[in-house]
Ligand binder design. Structure first.
Ligand code: UDP
Ligand code: MG
Length: 341
């Protein structure tokens, strides 16, 4: 069991061990470029200058069916310090991150995508900011190289989210970040099964800073997020971070119910007054139809919102683990156990 008070204020002057957590789902096309880039960025001299005493990669294989794992193991055999967590099937990026986060033992850890859209060189800046006193440093995407529809979807997600959520999300921040063991322990201690890492990260507090960057295109391979997965991610975000949509549905239900009651009273009241009934030309029909359709729309929207919360609540209730690890490969040097939890 993790405890929030376990880790006291970290010593920011000593050289630190860094874990880099990377979820991978069928990323064989990018593994080599990724590892090459990591080796270049975290060269001996760069590490010395940044006060990084060791770098350990925690690659989480999220049920890949391609050669992702053999490619990773080849780099491990070549001496890269690495742990490969193989999940038993595809659990989704959020859960893959959670698996990696549960296995990090270094003083600081980073979360990044495999496709080099999160430039590893920025991690050095993040370590610098951590030394200057920040606890969590996250990348803020200024410009993205995605298609227009996807960019608009992302843009509106964060704005609608913050309009609706009690717990705000820093706009345009993804999962790319660096944090220390204390912040990580706090996130790991949160018990929910439906895990929205960037939301949990924002929720735990501590001193947080944004590092703006332009998001380059994926280096190679194809995007692994389908629209369905992105949509589910967005709904996971809403339901885990805010009750406001549910409250809005309740208010909407109350307003509509009152409206319908008023309409009924008017209708029957008028029926009681001869000559006030809608005429045979259907003077009232469009109005009535509008009312019925609006009420139906409100009802269905309410059902939709309640369904989204209910299904997540059901998943929480079942308490199934967010991921299952089938195999672990670890390089001989193993993860430096600087921060036993
Ligand atoms: N990913 C994963 N499981 C999934 C989908 C994606 O581990 O089910 C990983 C993927 O391998 C990559 C990261 O999540 O390292 C981001 O995926 P992608 O580049 O497709 O997302 P996008 O950049 O379009 O948001
Ligand atoms: Mg990507």
């Amino acid at each position: 069991m993790h405890s929030n008070e376990q880790n006291s204020e970290p010593d920011r002057n000593q050289p630190v061990g860094l874990d880099i957590i990377i979820p991978m789902y069928n990323e064989e096309a990018v593994v080599d470029a990724l590892m090459q880039t990591l080796l270049e960025v975290f060269s001996d001299s760069a590490c010395r200058n940044s006060g990084i005493k060791s770098v350990h990669v925690i690659a989480v294989d999220d049920g890949s069916a391609d050669a992702t794992v053999p490619r990773l193991r080849a780099w491990m055999d070549r001496g890269v310090s690495m742990t490969i967590l193989c999940l038993s099937r595809n659990f989704g990026q959020q859960n893959a991150f959670s698996a990696g986060m549960a296995h990090s033992r270094a003083q600081v850890c980073a979360l990044m995508d495999a496709d080099l859209q999160d430039p590893p060189a920025l991690l050095l800046d993040m370590v610098r900011q951590w030394r200057a006193g920040q606890d969590i440093i996250y990348g803020r995407r200024m410009r993205r190289s995605a298609g227009l529809v996807k960019r608009m979807a992302y843009w509106s997600f964060y704005r609608i989210f913050n309009f609706l959520a009690e717990d705000k999300l820093p706009v345009d921040s993804g999962d790319f970040c660096l944090m220390d063991a204390r912040a990580l322990a706090a996130i790991n201690s949160l018990p929910e099964v439906v895990r929205f890492p960037r939301g949990l990260r924002s929720w735990v507090g501590f001193r947080q800073a944004a590092l703006p960057f332009d998001r380059p295109p994926r280096r190679s391979g194809s995007p692994k997020y389908t629209f369905r997965k992105l949509y589910n991610l967005a709904i996971d975000g809403f339901t885990s971070m805010s009750l406001r949509p549910l409250i809005a549905a309740r208010i909407m239900a109350a307003v509509m119910a009152a409206g319908c009651a008023l309409m009924l009273i008017l209708m029957w009241g008028k029926r009681l007054l001869p000559g006030m009934l809608p005429d045979s030309n259907g003077g009232w029909t469009p109005l009535l139809l509008t009312v019925v359709l609006v009420a139906l729309m409100a009802q269905l929207t309410g059902t939709y919102i309640t369904g989204a919360y209910l299904s997540r609540a059901y998943i929480e209730l079942k308490r199934r683990p967010p991921y299952i690890i089938a195999r672990i490969f670890t390089s001989n040097d193993a993860a430096p156990d600087d921060n036993p939890q």
